[in-house]
Write a protein that binds this ligand. Structure first.
Ligand code: UDP
Length: 247
């Protein structure tokens, strides 16, 4: 296992699920959610040396296995990636509306106001103080936006991936089904693996573990959580090389 030696101190990659942005009926955009995410990001940005954002596409379309019979797996994933690109555009405007400088790019050529991602230009955008939103996933079928988040974090020198979700961290069991489930504050990759704890999909998890990239899982719904995570306060669950007292 390598240390994440490429990291720029205090630089973060934040992963938002597309699902969180959804409006009524679980689809499209909720103005309230866009405003909440923008405000959280604005507060967090004030304490960071650059924030890049990866966004999912679940508010429009998810590829993977559960597809209508007439849509091929690769096509389904391409539709999913386009959905993330639409979200990248929406977040750009919402962030700007909150007074942030923000740019969006896509992993593959798509036009429509989105330049194609390249790591060198992306680093420059971050160095100049803009928030950079990365749409289009990795650009490859069979991957996820969690994997995209870890890959881009490594490329852009982020220290930690903050996975902003609907749950308050990593638990010993499903907290919705088992009321005895405990939340961990700080665990190692090895502890998560040996206890079968779901942090991210296996590809994303391996990328983090092999490159010493930390992941903090937080509940995005709680005001101030993102800022606390950036400040290194104990919020949600931190997964890293060293781990905490549970190991
Ligand atoms: N996707 C893909 N390759 C990638 C990233 C995403 O094929 O590198 C597709 C995949 O079909 C996925 C969809 O894009 O289901 C939307 O992403 P995700 O499910 O991660 O969105 P979220 O659940 O975070 O809203």
């Amino acid at each position: 296992m390598e240390e994440n030696g490429n990291a720029t101190p205090n630089r973060f990659l934040v992963k938002f699920s597309g699902e969180y942005l959804a409006g009524k009926g679980g689809s499209g955009f909720s103005t309230e959610r866009l405003a909440h995410v923008s405000e959280e990001l604005k507060q967090a940005k004030a304490h960071a040396n650059g924030i890049a954002v990866v966004v999912g596409g679940g508010n429009f379309f998810r590829g993977g296995r559960a597809l209508p019979a007439l849509i091929d797996r690769v096509t389904g994933d391409q539709i999913g990636m386009l959905a993330t690109a639409m979200n990248a555009l929406a977040l750009r405007d919402a962030f700007r509306g909150a007074g942030l400088q923000a740019e969006s790019v896509c992993a593959f050529p798509v036009g429509g106001g989105l330049d194609q991602y390249d790591p060198d230009s992306a680093r420059q955008v971050l160095d100049q103080g803009s928030v950079l939103i990365l749409g289009g996933g990795t650009g490859n079928a069979f991957f996820t936006t969690d994997t995209t988040a870890c890959l881009r974090a490594l490329e852009l020198g982020a220290q930690t991936v903050i996975k902003a979700t609907r749950v308050d961290g990593v638990f010993s069991d499903d907290p919705e089904k088992n009321h005895e489930a405990v939340r961990y504050d700080h665990i190692s990759y090895d502890f998560a693996l040996s206890n079968g704890l779901q942090v991210m999909d296996a590809t994303a998890f391996t990328l983090c573990r092999e490159n010493g990239l930390s992941v903090r899982v937080i509940d995005l719904g709680v005001k101030g959580n993102l800022q606390s995570a950036v400040k290194g306060e104990s919020v949600g669950t931190l997964v890293d090389v060293s781990g905490g007292t549970h190991d």
